[in-house]
Design a protein around this ligand. Sequence first.
Ligand SMILES: [Zn+2]
Length: 412
Amino acid sequence: MPKIYLVDVTNRDGVQTAKLGLSKLEKTMINIYLDEMGVFQSEFGFPTTRHESNYLQANLELAKCGVIKNMRLEGWIRAMVADVELAYKMVPGLEHLNLSISTSDQMINGKFQGRKNRDDIINDMIAAVEAAKAHGTKTIGVNAEDASRTDIEYLIKFGKAAKEHGAVRLRYCDTLGYDNPFSIYETAKALSENVGLPIELHCHGDLGMAVATSIAGAKGVIDGGQDAYINTTINGIGERCGNADLVATILAITKSKGFGEKYKLGNGIDLSKAYKIAKFASYAFEVPIPINQVGVGANAFAHESGIHADGVLKDPENYELYGFEELGRGDPELVETGREICAGEYSGISGFGHIMGNMSISFKDKDEANRILELVRYANVEAQKPLTEDELKFIALYPDIAKKLLTLTPLE
Ligand SMILES: [Zn+2]
């Protein structure tokens, strides 16, 4: 039986969201947390964007030395030979790539204004796949942007051409969140049956259905005989109204009525990391978690009205579909309400030593402490908010990798 895998795109679609962004260290922490959670793949950034290259290389090193253990790191670029060449020039160790190109008539005509037709799109995609192959890319995914507004016969032709040239997956992008669960089921099933490749579902929330369309699409793909890959973002952060929320998608697959009996996750997901990753993303993006957010919102397990409170006290299952413990909630959170020493871009060694000492991190000598402090300062320059304990520990544990990912060299 084919399975469902998760490809998180927070570090690509999430960070390209208007008004939002992450520091390179924050992106790195997200990769580490996604890996801990058991996510199959992280779309970890933009290999052709200059300021990403040190971060991307540093994260590939983290995978090599086993800090990121199982998760694939995959870069997103346009399906153009020039982008493939530039990607490998800037990030030589890339193993996994997704190549994206618009496939709907709306976008072909609207973006290229008559300079390209449907055949040109397929030819550009093929050339990009071949170029990636020539660089030894281990897995190549091909993205059909605006697939939900693309003629299905053409989409099948596009997918088959991608397969013939060595792509391992076709990404069906519901770029505008136009699909509903019924429409995407039919389309995804047809693609799965006719293209013969595993299909990725990339769904947006413009009509409030990103998670629903994602799992309906996955069902279609599996019913058509192929593995399904669902694109998610943490807290659903993404372009405009966002993407399919990671935690909600996992819960929908595993907890919704009857779904998980037949349609299963391909690898184990540690749901107990859900709360931590949601809280971190909220802090890093500086976007509060809505009170009614699925699983991780402040009200997800709150009961007030008489009938509900009484019912849940007698048996939580009366009014809760899943337990807070499963999501890693329930631990008390310490918030300092008195004196506080923070590490920042202008910190000195005394305050820094105090902070690290509280986390039981010691340094072998003054030079080492100063070196780590200097990296922490730079991390703060990027983040413009106090680093979390995990971030400070990361810098102390992997100073060389931290230095690399913090290094930005504009206009060289
Ligand atoms: Zn998107």
